[in-house]
Design a protein around this ligand. Sequence first.
Ligand code: ASP
Ligand code: MG
Length: 420
Amino acid sequence: MIRVFKFGGALMQDAEGVRKVSDIIEEYSCEPLVIVVSALGKTTNALENLLNIALKDKTSDETKNAFFKLKQYHLSILNELCPDNPENIKLDNLFIELWDALNEDYQDNYFAYDQIVSFGERLSSFIVYNYLKTKEIAIKTVDATEIIVTNNSFTDATVNWKMTTKTIEAKVVPSIESGLVVITQGFIASDDRGYYTTLGREGSDFTAAIIANIIDANEITIWKDVPGLMNADPKRFAETFKLKNISYHEAIELAFYGASVIHPKTIQPLKEKGIPLFVRSFYNPQSSPSVISSDSSSDEKEHKIILKDNQVLLSITSKNLDFISEENLTIIFKALSKHKIHVNLMQNSAVSFSVCFNYNEDKLNSLLKDLDSQFNIRYNTDLQLLTIRHYNDDLIKKQILGKSIFLEQKSRSTVQLLVR
Ligand code: ASP
Ligand code: MG
């Protein structure tokens, strides 16, 4: 049985979390196993913030404090897990490298983002690897940058499957065949010049799926701090239930609509090889997992609700009340793509075109600047995008109670409502 395990940052906020990860790995380590780890705790957010403040002023106290806080956090976890390990000095070296990277003059913020934010996974994998070594697990660390090759679309890189297959076959397969557990970083990769790239936020799931596909794994498990895949976020909805079985297709739909449980690109590589994905409870490993596979028998019986906050609705009209034509749509989509804006919902009428996407102040302003001369644009912020799969009228009524609806779209299986 060949397995791929992914452990997210929420499970590894402290030394205790890393110990638990190690317990699970130990239990499965007698069979072929690849481990994919994300950054510890909220490190990715902390690095995003560190980069933002460093871009404003590298020498400010704010920058230095944020840097030292992050360093202290990682050092304290490592020292607790591996006291007196002579290798620990390498973590200091990583922080020296991070400081130098922060002090570069970057021309391109997307490029800067990947060079800085990639440290999260480099740090976490170093710590987890060193701790696992103390457990006498036969383990090998392989840098994601050596095996996951992408183009240079920084922050949202596209995988070069041909190259990635070649490198994984050369660097991962022989190791697992010789009985070693392989650990690597999720989310990060490298372009063909050797610069760090990233696969988009929450991209570690996708890394695990890429590896599972190429090594022909029998199963992949995403360990979670929740009991499994839920039909809605239990923190926000009252009556939620665990989904025992959903199909790849259904999972792709859910990820597409913004269910934060799985990175949207994760499912395709698994579907292609028919590899089941288990979502398992980290805190209750013996409980039954949610399974994503080709079995679609439960899909339509169970409704799912996805709520995405912080949405913008842009309503675009052409200045002379021209029809929104193919030419105009091309201009709009080119601008969206240029600013790496992913559309969550769109709708058109004769004279206007509406698009909804995640709010990001910089991206929104750049987009408005680009389109301003040719179109009249109005926009609303602070909206929520509510999606219900396999809805019924009662469910819709209950969910929109007391809310104003800005836009509605319905298909046979899915209703989407933009509300406030
Ligand atoms: N550390 C990255 C993030 O927080 C990737 C991941 O966790 O999957 O987005
Ligand atoms: Mg995560």
